[in-house]
Design a binder for this molecule. Structure first.
Ligand code: SAM
Ligand code: SF4
Ligand code: FES
Length: 347
């Protein structure tokens, strides 16, 4: 069949929010109409989620992990990491500080650390809820029953990237883990009423543009409420040290595509984007994103949660990051939201 011209595809995406896999691929590989494509995503962002940027205070509370994902600096076989685990009281203290900086959400993220058993997590969630903060958890794969307990304790959202929808590639990169179980987790979380966050890495070794298009269609199919997209950045302390990694351009193209196809969802401008490009988060905010997740831990923990080299903010204080990111957001004519920043369904 005759290929549609790229201008028509951009218009179709902007007005109908639907594209076929072939059309998604054509837009992702195009380099001639990038500016038009990004501008369309920015218009849809403004029309559906407005100029407000939601800030989520990120607490990386443990870098201990029983898994061995080939791309990740926290993998259990990486002996060059000094491991840490915050105490529940310390986590609550960081949450209270996050609140004092004006954040309305905290994201609790860690490796798959079994020492945080269900009871500990439930207690922690309850205590943080008393601060009137929205809570996002990002602590990996659990049973439906455990997710249900987190929800009953007050957790609002859950972040679990599918990483790639190419099942064979996933199982090669995450040895001992099952793609089907990860997808099961996502469906359970959605059914239990969490706001569902997922996403993928861009530029994994062996990943194709077709596979990125499949990711995008998968996100639409499971009706994700938020999507975290970032480039894969090779870590020298992992088996993927020698790989070339993803590009900033392709990562923001995926962001723009998601804004066009899922206009009312929340999309973070991710830390990994800024680690590749000094203006990465601002550019992502201008290509479809509407969320930033500044780190709120202090001191040495930041250096120890090193997924990949070049991670930003590892020597900065939370107060500095708060004013830095506010400046960047205001610098492009946007404003910091004062709401909890839940998805407002409009599609
Ligand atoms: N352990 C939980 C999990 O895997 O879902 C949460 C923490 S994990 C460190 C958070 C995310 O970091 C992963 O979903 C993955 O997409 C990302 N990540 C890990 N290594 C990375 C790398 N080398 N480059 C870019 N992103 C990476
Ligand atoms: Fe562990 Fe998550 Fe890193 Fe995999 S991506 S090694 S589960 S922290
Ligand atoms: Fe941390 Fe800019 S957000 S230094």
């Amino acid at each position: 069949t005759e290929p549609k011209n790229i201008g028509e595809l951009i218009q179709k995406a902007e007005t109908t929010h639907t594209l076929s896999k072939e059309e998604i691929v054509a837009l992702l590989i195009d380099t001639q109409y990038e500016e038009e494509f990004f501008a369309a995503a920015d218009r849809v962002r403004k029309a559906y989620v407005g100029d407000e940027v939601h800030l989520r205070g990120l607490i990386e509370f443990s870098n201990i992990c029983k898994q061995n994902c080939l791309y990740c600096g926290l993998r259990r076989d990486n002996k060059n990491v000094k491991r840490y685990r915050l105490k529940p009281d310390e986590i609550v203290d960081f949450a209270a500080k996050a609140k004092s900086y004006g954040y309305r959400t905290v994201v609790l993220q860690s490796g798959e650390d079994d020492c945080f058993d269900t009871e500990t997590m439930v207690c922690l969630i309850r205590k943080i809820k008393e601060l009137d903060l929205a809570i996002t958890l990002s602590v990996g794969e659990k049973s439906r029953a455990v997710y249900e307990k987190y929800r009953d304790a007050g957790a609002d959202r859950y972040l679990l990237r599918i990483e790639t929808t190419d099942k064979e590639l996933y199982e090669k990169l995450d040895p001992g883990m099952s793609w089907d179980n990860r997808a099961r987790c996502l469906r359970d979380l959605k059914e239990l009423g969490f706001e569902l966050g997922t996403g993928s890495m861009v530029g994994l070794p062996g990943q194709t543009v077709e596979s990125l298009a499949d990711d995008i269609l998968f996100f639409k199919e499971i009706d994700a409420d938020m999507l975290g997209i970032g480039p894969f950045i090779p870590n020298p302390d992992t088996p993927l040290a020698g790989e070339s990694g993803g590009t900033f351009e392709m990562s923001t193209k995926v962001v723009a595509m998601l804004r066009l196809l899922m206009p009312d969802i929340n999309i973070p401008a991710t830390t990994a984007m800024e680690s590749l490009n000094p203006r990465g988060r601002v550019l992502a905010l201008q290509r479809g994103a509407n969320v930033v997740m500044p780190n709120v831990t202090e001191g040495e923990y930041r250096q120890m949660y090193l997924l990949y080299p070049g991670k930003i903010c590892i020597n900065d204080t939370p107060a500095h990051c708060r004013s830095c990111i506010t400046g960047k957001i205001q610098g492009i004519g946007r404003k910091v939201s004062e709401t909890h920043g839940f998805r407002v369904k409009r599609a």
